[in-house]
Ligand binder design. Structure first.
Ligand SMILES: NC(=O)c1ccc[n+]([C@@H]2O[C@H](COP(=O)([O-])OP(=O)(O)OC[C@H]3O[C@@H](n4cnc5c(N)ncnc54)[C@H](OP(=O)(O)O)[C@@H]3O)[C@@H](O)[C@H]2O)c1
Length: 255
């Protein structure tokens, strides 16, 4: 995810490669991966002072990294974390000195510059911090500033959402194959259907329910399929999944 964000920022000319240092744990193992998408950046095994520190490691690794930055007095104007579950107050405590901290929750479409990123700001941020962070994440897609109370729900919808959609696409593809389609055709139909349906909803700004009614004639084929979804508890299943995602984030954050 860190590489995807950086690649987007470099592609958009937000930073030049010479302005960026990527801190890795193991230069030999990680250099090729980073340089493939972000050619020209400096790779370092030690963190350096920077205008912005973007922490893009797994949630359990964040504390050690941020505390090391603080202890070794590796300064930055702002600390940005994309880790699920790690709260603003934890980040503020670990980095100390009242330094500005920001939580961002992007998603994997960052890889094709179509991310949806939720942003929530700590208490010490300035207008300049907001501008820098929103420009950075704006370079890989759309940004949505929310309160921290809304951050986990946002993460459960757009951060983890691509995985739910891919699960649904896998199921559609398998069902299409079982019904007699070639796998490649079933996959292409499902993918293009999702792309078209999402564009229709986005471009017309009509609510999904209204668009669903348009496809569904009473007693027709779509109604037959939707009836199966409803009778198998589709809505309550989605609700339970979102709640599980939020609960997991709270546990990751130690709550
Ligand atoms: N994937 C998503 O859809 C998504 C969406 C939103 C937010 N996030 C958040 O993004 C963060 C990263 O997720 P990911 O999916 O990108 O995980 P990932 O592919 O495992 O990337 C984590 C990277 O952190 C590196 N790392 C670990 N410890 C380090 C250290 N001490 N110094 C420098 N680098 C270190 C790892 O390097 P090694 O190879 O050496 O372990 C690895 O390259 C997570 O906190 C996650 O919550 C992910």
């Amino acid at each position: 995810m860190g590489t995807a964000i950086l690649a987007g920022a470099l592609d958009r000319g937000l930073y030049s490669a010479e302005e960026v240092v990527v801190t890795v744990r193991d230069r030999v193992r990680s250099s090729a991966l980073v340089l493939d998408r972000c050619p020209g950046v400096e790779i370092s095994e030690v963190a350096v002072a920077a205008e912005t520190h973007l922490v893009a490691v797994k949630p359990p690794q964040v504390r050690a990294i941020v505390e090391a930055l603080a202890k070794q007095k590796v300064v930055s104007q702002r600390l940005v974390s994309i880790a699920a579950g790690v709260t603003l107050s934890s980040l503020e405590t670990w980095i100390g000195d009242g330094r500005p901290v920001v939580r961002v929750m992007p998603n994997t479409p960052a890889l094709v510059s179509r991310a949806v990123s939720g942003i929530t700001y700590g208490s010490s941020v300035t207008e300049q911090d907001c501008a820098v962070v929103e420009r950075l994440f704006g370079s890989i897609g759309s940004v949505h500033v929310v309160s921290e109370a809304q951050f986990d729900p946002l993460m459960a919808i757009s951060g983890s959402g691509p995985a739910y959609l891919y699960l649904f696409l896998e199921a559609l593809e398998d069902a299409g194959v079982e019904a007699g389609l070639q796998r490649s055709l079933a996959r292409e139909l499902a993918l293009k259907m999702v792309d078209g349906a999402a564009r229709l909803a986005l471009q017309t700004e009509r609510p999904p329910q209204e668009l669903r009614y348009e496809v569904t004639s009473p007693g027709g084929t779509t109604a037959a399929a939707l009836g199966e979804f409803e009778s198998h508890g589709f809505r309550s299943m989605v609700n339970a999944a979102i709640r599980a995602c939020i609960a997991r984030s709270v546990r990751l954050g130690g709550g």
